[in-house]
Design a protein around this ligand. Structure first.
Ligand SMILES: [Zn+2]
Length: 156
């Protein structure tokens, strides 16, 4: 937790020293002026460091805020379209995402499409396979048979 009070305290000390120097410039000897100036520089350096820390914390906080806003917007636009989740977008929906991983761990895991069988998806995390409405049963069945045949040919 960043303490803004510390930075304000450093600036206040610097102002107090500067006032002292201004009001009593004639009565202070050279050594005293030098000492006060050194303290003034020290207070300003502290303030600069503390303000830099505050700036860093603000940047971090902005980043967290942005991430939360993104998550919230994702959640608001997420919908279930059996057998997976999609995120509603203006032009094209984003996804699909694994239903099991989202329901269990609240994680949006992008599903991989089988390049040979349309409508066939699998989750790289939980390894679950999904078939959507575009799933081509004939093609999948044929591919399984071809694989089996290739296996039989290789090992007669
Ligand atoms: Zn999954």
């Amino acid at each position: 937790m960043i303490d803004i009070g510390m930075a304000i305290g450093s600036v206040k000390s610097a102002i107090d020293i500067a006032k002292l120097l201004k009001d009593s410039a004639d009565s202070l000897d050279k050594a005293e002026v030098k000492l006060q100036l050194a303290e003034l520089i020290g207070s300003l350096a502290d303030a600069k460091m503390q303000i830099a820390e505050i700036q860093e914390a603000l940047i971090e906080s902005d980043k967290e805020k942005k991430e939360l806003e993104n998550k919230l917007s994702q959640k608001e636009n997420l919908f279930f379209d059996r057998p997976y989740y999609l995120i509603k977008q203006d032009d094209n929906n984003d996804g699909p995402f694994c239903q099991i991983c989202y329901d269990k761990d609240n994680k949006l895991i992008r599903l991989n499409n089988d390049p040979f069988i349309s409508g066939q998806w699998d989750c790289p995390v939980c390894k679950q396979e999904f078939q959507d409405k575009n799933y081509d049963y004939e093609k999948a069945h044929k591919r399984a048979e071809d694989t089996l045949q290739a296996y039989r040919n290789a090992f007669p």
